[in-house]
Design a protein around this ligand. Structure first.
Ligand code: CA
Length: 226
């Protein structure tokens, strides 16, 4: 697999393709987008993506049919997106050859995790412990360590810290953080990011350690050493 895996997203809703493209591009993936099934199938054959994200409800050829046709030719991992969530729908999706299944609306964080899991299947040597300075994050057990000291994190604290650990020394804007850690439908007015950054600082600086999570006034936050 290439250093920057190529992902093809087939989904007619532009708001959602933009959301997915922004998020997965930040993770270092090359993202192509098709807005209908027939174009998507053509691009899947022409571009040989490493993974496909296919929405079920598409104009023209529906997502399951695209999934079946791709599966007839390759073993490329496929994640199906849908607003449906009944068991029989899920079974239909998996029967069509999908490897995983996500119900809308979803967190970008959850989609990234599933994309990583599917790609890891293809390259099992991928690193599971993220390290920055004296901070470590085990993405398998979702545990953090500073200086060897274990730090208990809630689910959202973990998600937020993982985002920063994937992008050290990179200023992350509030919009990006909302997109990635909270849902795209989340109202952007609240101070929830500030609150969670404060929690993370308290936990990672509990023994008087230096600050790693810094505020960039008017922009967002950055993980860096002083
Ligand atoms: Ca759709």
């Amino acid at each position: 697999m290439a250093k920057h895996p190529r992902i093809l997203v087939i989904e007619d809703e532009v708001r959602i393709t933009n959301f997915i493209r922004r998020g997965l591009s930040m993770e270092g993936y090359t993202v192509d987008v098709a807005h209908d099934g027939v174009t998507g199938l053509d691009m899947a054959q022409a571009n040989q993506p490493d993974l496909l994200v296919i929405d079920w409800m598409l104009p023209g050829m529906d997502g399951l049919e695209v999934c079946r046709r791709v599966r007839a030719e390759t073993n490329t991992p496929i994640i199906i997106l849908t607003a449906r969530d009944s068991v029989s729908d899920k079974v239909q999706g998996l029967d069509a050859g999908a490897d995983d299944y996500m119900v809308k609306p979803f967190d970008l964080d959850e989609l990234s995790a599933r994309v990583r899991a599917q790609l890891r299947r293809l390259s099992p040597s991928q690193q599971d412990v993220l390290t920055f300075s004296d901070l470590k994050l085990d993405t398998g057990t979702r545990q953090a360590f500073r200086n060897g000291r274990s730090i208990e994190l809630t689910a959202k604290e973990y998600d937020l810290l993982e985002l920063f650990m994937h992008h050290p020394r990179q200023v992350l804007t509030r919009d990006v953080i909302f997109d990635r850690v909270w849902n795209y439908d989340f109202g952007g007015e609240s101070n929830i990011i500030e609150v969670y950054v404060r929690y993370l600082r308290q936990k990672t600086e509990e023994n008087g350690e230096s600050r790693l999570l810094h505020t960039v006034r008017g922009v967002g936050y950055v993980l860096r050493e002083d």
